[in-house]
Design a binder for this molecule. Structure first.
Ligand code: APR
Length: 316
């Protein structure tokens, strides 16, 4: 049986790690694209040389040519700049919009049937931009952040309680950054509510560590930002899309009235399958969680406004 084709745009830390995981897990034939001459080709060649040892059957190809994404079932956008010291949020947004906007147009031209997962930050605004510039239906464009934020929280809770990370379930919604919204009621440990095992103040500390999860890694690395967990987050979403599992995962999606919000991209639980977002799942939120989600949406809306994306354009 042939494997689906997945293109990863940006062969940096997140992109190359994503490509490697997709290949290792035998999920796809992978095309890696980067503007830096030789970077994607070199990393793809290196991965190809690991295939005999690891025994994966897919191929990994590198290119500087966007045309190489033709026929992709899924395109992952990781191209972009990392925030440099002294760079404001707005400056990062403007710089990455210059990179992501044209890539979205190239995807529409070369891989018009593809689903898109956006990873480039600031995530929520980049998803709105990708929707607008690709002209794709909102079901086909989503951002990866909630899976990562949820995984970070799950890891911290598992560490605190001394249980296996996979035995902790959690759902983190909202915006990727300070305005993420952990849903306390969604958190279970071995199937039992976390609230019975961790005090409210301890839980709040774990939430804060999750909000700072990316910054904690950056501080240690001193150069660059997290990539192992972000790549795993992309692959969890890719599995649901490529294998049509109908799994419900927190993803950044364009809302049209769900959670009382519209004309904005924000992290919400969504059921994923071969056609993309099958359904946005509306959790029963507490008033303060709902308020936090609305506040996060307000901030994202400001970013969308700064790029002059009209809602109509955003829905193609
Ligand atoms: N087309 C293709 N590749 C591009 C383009 C472009 N127009 N512009 C930049 N790139 C490539 C760079 O050459 C680089 O190889 O994107 C890659 C980015 O890689 P890194 O700098 O290593 O960044 P990474 O850590 O992978 O993060 C990428 O994901 O998590 C987010 O905040 C993070 O926005 C950032 C993105």
């Amino acid at each position: 049986m042939s494997l689906p084709l997945v293109t990863v745009v940006g062969a940096g830390q997140v992109g190359a790690t994503t490509a490697h995981l997709l290949a290792l897990k035998g999920l796809a034939d992978v095309v890696l694209i980067d503007i830096v001459e030789g970077l994607a080709e070199g990393k793809a060649l290196d991965m190809t040389q690991a295939a005999p040892i690891e025994g994966w059957r897919g191929s990994v190809r590198g290119s500087t040519d966007y045309g190489a994404m033709a026929g992709s079932r899924l395109v992952v956008i990781t191209a972009g700049l990392a925030r440099k010291p002294g760079m404001s949020r707005e400056e990062l947004l403007a710089a990455n919009a210059q990179i992501v906007g044209p890539i979205a147009e190239r995807i529409a031209a070369s891989a018009s049937e593809a689903l898109i997962i956006v990873v480039t930050n600031p995530l929520d605004v980049m998803v709105a931009l990708t929707l607008a510039r690709s002209g794709f239906d909102r079901r086909r464009v989503m951002g990866m952040a909630g899976v990562l934020d949820s995984a970070r929280l799950r890891a911290f809770i598992a560490e605190r309680l001394g249980v296996a990370p996979s035995e902790v379930e959690a759902m983190v919604l909202g915006s990727h950054g300070d305005l993420m919204v952990p849903v306390a009621r969604s958190i279970t440990v071995k199937g039992n509510p976390v609230t019975a095992q961790v005090s409210a103040s301890d839980l709040e500390q774990l939430f804060q560590r999750t909000r700072d999860g990316g910054a904690e890694v950056v501080k240690l690395l001193k150069q660059g930002s997290a990539f192992y967990a972000p790549a795993s987050g992309v692959v969890e979403m890719a599995v649901a899309l490529l294998k049509d599992t109908h799994a419900t995962l927190p993803v950044c999606a364009w809302l049209e009235g769900e959670y009382g919000l519209r004309d904005v991209c924000i992290g919400v639980p969504a059921q994923l399958g071969a056609k993309g977002i099958e359904r946005i799942v509306e959790l029963d939120l507490t008033p303060s969680e709902r308020q936090a989600l609305t506040a996060a949406a307000g901030q994202v809306r400001e970013g969308i406004k700064s790029l002059s994306l009209t809602p109509k354009a955003a829905m193609g």
